[in-house]
Ligand binder design. Structure first.
Ligand code: SAM
Length: 214
């Protein structure tokens, strides 16, 4: 499948679910103490590295971007789906959100102090991940922290509906943390910490803390 084709499917799918996704996830962090702790630590790491703009790549409706802003980070969001970006701008008019793809990240070299990708890489096929991490490293300042969250597992599945029964057509790739860590190291990151969420669930989550190695 060509990149244009799977990117178009992701864009259309998230345009379709944008409003209901926002309704379901708006207060989602209230139920996620470990994710809130990870985000607080990430905001501290950005501050300790000198502070500056923080990109939330695959930001969806912007609730995590807004949470980072509340933690004192100069956060902005980027998402492939114009529908998601419309919702994010409506819900958080004081923040900056732009349409864009992590596969062709339109950020100048060394322009961000921190970069976060929460459950957005899950839709990117394996063969496109190294180039995405290359963009992340290029856009980050040397020493800047990266936070990546994803579903843990070995399988990929086609998601055909979601967020209230709306039609979708996206692949969801579950991955082992050591596999994602290896991709990060190959791209020039140092992996500093790993948080495994809900290890007893059918689909655990993982958050990796990495840093642009200078
Ligand atoms: C499961 S949602 C996660 C949204 C948000 N990060 C969160 O934690 O709730 C996946 C998001 O990733 C976005 N996405 C998927 N592929 C992308 C790409 N290549 N570039 C930018 N955003 C992408 C989708 O449009 C969608 O908004």
């Amino acid at each position: 499948m060509s990149a244009d084709s799977w990117l178009a499917d992701i864009r259309t799918s998230y345009d379709t679910v944008a409003v209901s996704y926002a309704d379901q996830l708006r207060d989602g962090l209230d139920r996620e103490p470990y994710l809130r702790a990870a985000l607080a630590l990430f905001a501290d790491l950005v501050r300790a590295a000198g502070g500056g703009p923080v990109a939330d790549v695959g930001c969806g409706p912007g609730h995590v971007t807004a949470h980072l802003h509340e933690l004192g980070a100069d956060a902005f969001g980027v998402d492939l789906s114009p529908g998601m970006i419309d919702v994010a701008r409506r819900e958080h008019p004081h923040l900056r959100f732009e349409v864009g793809s992590m596969t062709d990240l339109d950020l100048p070299d060394a322009s961000v102090a921190g970069l976060l990708a929460f459950w957005s890489l899950i839709h990117v096929p394996d063969d496109a991940v190294p180039a995405v991490f290359g963009h992340f490293r290029r856009a980050l300042r040397p020493g800047g922290p990266l936070l990546v969250g994803f579903h843990v597992g070995d399988i990929s599945r086609l998601k055909t509906e979601g967020y209230g029964g709306h039609p979708m057509n996206v692949h969801v790739h579950r991955r082992r943390p050591d596999r994602v860590a290896a991709w990060l190291r190959d791209a020039g990151f140092t992996v500093e910490a790993q948080l495994l969420l809900d290890p007893d669930d059918k689909v655990p989550g993982a958050v990796l803390f990495a840093r642009h190695g200078s």
